[in-house]
Design a protein around this ligand. Structure first.
Ligand code: OOB
Length: 541
């Protein structure tokens, strides 16, 4: 069995192979390529534990055998949610080895998101930590205890921390050798930020993803001396592959796991392990800039990458002086395209632009509303296709028809302009989404859930500007007098929605402004929210 996905047309696939982008190697190659003495070097530092490349290889092979012994087969899917621990990579590589295709959910996700993913992939396996708050809800709904692997406290032998929920042993006696993965097939699903009400899944193939990793390593000039701090959630495309942990593995460097991105957690790790690289979202960079007062030794830092949301030039400018290292801006998306400022770009470009595509075969078009190219320097919508940009969301034909054009260009929904020199500047967004410090909130998803509350007549969620987070969310709600924001938040939480998606502010209204065609006029609401920004939220009156 294989996972269905929208393939690249044959002529493109041929070209990407001929140019050496798609090599036909499985994604596990990023660890398996380290042989002999190279396999003895440290791949991961996690708390007091050290994993060499040899350990990563051997433990993921053993875990894959345990999966196969439980009857898991190529083309099966898995729902995975693990904290920032070495075991995340052990499970990831183990699943890749047996052709089981995972969705790696984020720790910030709630039962709502997890069940939405499960509904789409119908997982044959779930891997969660023993203390996962969604455990009870997921157990009955998704998989039985015989297909639920739980991660407990770290164990010395690496995989001893795992146990099947039915109490069965982690047997590794699968018959025969693991079948080789098809590198042109789906390796795993990335998660889309979404703007249509249902969380969408992005099939990523071994070929396309491995290329994005290798090319990122080249652009960032990583080698075995790199010590990368994994501070943002490990499954996110930024921390996984831009160049992220997979890039560091490919280069033979070391990934240092951080439980969270706060200075209190990260600064001591940087000092202790002489960390050289880190990837951050803009609000966390601001917190780091404030906290860097010389008390901790951050002198090993060479590059701080910032992406996920727009970085303000004023904040960008402070990086070299406050953190004593260089800045790299990264404008990427789980769907594919990743733009980097180059390490040798001039200071103005690094501070003011969001980089340029990493591949010579990334094709981008900046189009106006009528679909015509805008003049150089003007703002338009970003469309793209290329050797690591997907060709369709999983099982979402109607949506795919809207966001892809006839030539296979994907509309990212970002408004960008081209700066002199060819770098992109992100100027805004044309998608119904709030970017809350890098965490994406699908407005319609929250509106649909709010509409399920008996008191809510109608709800519209928009972004409000915020000095630290860039944006926060504001819900305009038609509801009877006396309705309280706390009641609506409790209701959303009760649906299992991720905490970061709970509206930061509620504004109760009698009516919502409409456009000429009768849709809610979000532009007007955004302006209103901006003007009212100083007002506190109130109970409906
Ligand atoms: C990254 O991936 P996603 O899938 O969480 O979000 C993608 C969206 C982009 O379409 C854009 O709207 C926004 O996030 N974004 C940025 C940005 N980086 C991402 N907006 C402004 N400036 C930036 N530097 O966020 C992601 C994936 C790989 C690498 C880095 C970020």
């Amino acid at each position: 069995m294989t996972i269905p996905f929208t393939p690249w047309p044959a002529a493109f696939a041929e070209r990407y192979r001929a140019k050496g982008y798609w090599t036909g190697d499985p994604l596990t190659d990023v660890i398996d390529r380290h042989r002999g003495a190279a396999a003895e070097t440290t791949a991961i530092l996690c708390g007091e534990r050290r994993f060499r490349y040899a350990d990563l290889q051997c433990l993921s092979v053993r875990l894959a055998a345990a999966f196969r012994a439980r009857g898991l087969r190529p083309g099966d899917t898995a729902l995975v949610r693990l904290p920032n621990r070495a075991e995340f990579y052990l499970v990831f590589f183990a699943l890749l080895r047996c052709g089981v295709v995972p969705v790696n959910a984020l720790n910030s996700h709630g039962v709502y998101e997890l069940t939405a993913y499960a509904r789409q992939i119908e997982p044959a396996l779930a891997v969660l930590s023993a203390g996962d708050p969604s455990l009870a809800a997921l157990m009955g709904q998704t998989v039985g205890p015989e297909r639920l692997l739980l991660l407990g406290a770290p164990a010395d032998d690496g995989i001893g921390g795992f146990a099947w929920a039915d109490g069965g042993a982690l047997a590794e006696d699968a018959p025969g050798a693991a079948p080789a993965a098809d590198p042109s097939g789906v390796a795993f699903f990335q998660l889309s930020g979404g703007s249509t009400g249902t969380p969408k899944l992005i099939p990523r193939t071994h070929d396309d993803y491995l290329y994005s990793v290798r090319r990122s390593v080249e652009i960032c000039g990583l080698d075995g001396s790199c010590r990368f701090l994994c501070a943002l959630p490990a499954p996110h495309n930024f921390t996984l592959s831009s160049p992220g942990a997979l890039g560091v593995f490919h280069a033979g460097g070391t990934v240092v796991m951080a439980g969270d991105p706060s200075p209190a957690t990260c600064f001591p790790l940087i000092a202790r392990h002489r960390v050289t690289w880190v990837a951050l979202v803009p609000p966390m960079l601001s917190v780091w800039l404030e906290a860097a007062d010389g008390a901790e030794d951050l002198s090993s830092l060479e590059v701080v990458q910032v992406g996920g949301a727009k970085l303000s030039p004023a904040v960008a400018e402070r990086v070299p002086e406050r953190l004593g290292c260089r800045l790299q801006q990264v404008f990427g998306m789980a769907e594919g395209l990743v733009n980097y400022t180059r390490l040798d770009d001039d200071p103005w470009t690094v501070v003011n632009t969001q980089g340029r595509p990493m591949s010579p075969d990334d094709e981008i078009r900046i189009l106006d509303a009528a679909g015509h190219p805008v003049p150089p320097g003007a703002v338009g919508e970003l469309w793209t296709r290329g050797p690591y940009t997907f060709r369709g969301y999983y099982k979402a034909d109607a949506h795919n028809a809207r966001v892809f054009d006839a030539e296979g260009f994907y509309c990212s929904g970002d408004l960008v302009s081209l700066a002199p020199g060819g770098n992109l500047v992100v100027c805004g967004r044309n998608k119904d989404q709030i970017n809350r410090g890098g965490e994406k909130i699908d407005a319609q998803e929250v509106e649909d859930l709010l509409a399920g509350h008996p008191a809510v007549g109608h709800a519209a969620v928009v972004a409000i500007p915020d000095a630290l987070m860039g944006e926060r969310s504001c819900a305009f709600v038609i509801a009877p007098p006396g309705t309280k924001p706390s009641e609506l938040r409790r209701f959303l939480r009760g649906q299992g929605l991720a905490d970061f998606k709970l509206p930061d502010r509620f504004v109760f209204v009698r009516d919502l402004p409409k456009t000429a065609v009768g849709k809610v006029d979000k532009q007007t609401l955004r302006e209103r929210a901006r003007q009212d920004n100083v007002l506190m939220e109130t109970t409906a009156s």
